[in-house]
Design a protein around this ligand. Sequence first.
Ligand code: MFK
Length: 177
Amino acid sequence: METELPPRHPEAPAPGTELGPHYAKCFGCGEQPDGLHMRMVAGDGLYLDSTFKVLEAHQGAPGLAHGGLLVCAFDEALGTTAGTFLRRPAVTGKLDTDFLRPVPVDSVLHIRSTLDGVAGRKVYVSADGRLDGPEGPIAVKARGLFVTVKLEHFAKHGRASDIAAVTANPSMLEVNP
Ligand SMILES: CCCCCCCCCC(=O)SCCNC(=O)CCNC(=O)[C@H](O)C(C)(C)COP(=O)(O)OP(=O)(O)OC[C@H]1O[C@@H](n2cnc3c(N)ncnc32)[C@H](O)[C@@H]1OP(=O)(O)O
């Protein structure tokens, strides 16, 4: 597959900027009580550095993070990477995850997610998640294919009451190109 490495969008946040939630009700980065509350900082290339603290509600086995929630954290990081550097919303088409080490409750997963290439509407992204700090051992790796969509995608498919709430209060959304 031929891909291009796009330039960093001129309106992408400056390196070192902490991103706000892309949507106030997002499970990954928004205000949901049991959500992941991920924090993300723009890198100086086409990458983001994110952290996700594994909480009590995120368990799948005693004292360990649920694998599906870990996938959620990568979905969030990868989708935000695509959206941030292209300044266009992108939805998950495909997500492939390798679980290399168990991730305990109370640990912080340090995720670096990178935009690897673009082919038309397809955006290829990948990420590593490390334990014990940004240089620690890799616990989870992921690769994703995201597909850019117009805002109409959400208006067409989303629950009407949520679309109405966002329309009435656009500050609930970060990407509004
Ligand atoms: C700052 C913003 C932050 C955003 C963060 C978000 C984080 C969370 C992200 C999510 O969780 S999004 C929710 C989960 N994903 C979805 O709900 C997507 C559901 N799927 C769809 O809506 C559609 O299938 C989709 C928009 C992905 C594609 O439908 P389209 O009709 O618009 O496009 P089309 O099917 O023509 O596909 C466009 C290209 O993508 C390719 N493609 C689409 N899905 C694919 C797939 N699954 N695997 C491989 N390729 C895929 C497709 O082959 C084609 O390639 P070509 O351009 O080369 O022909």
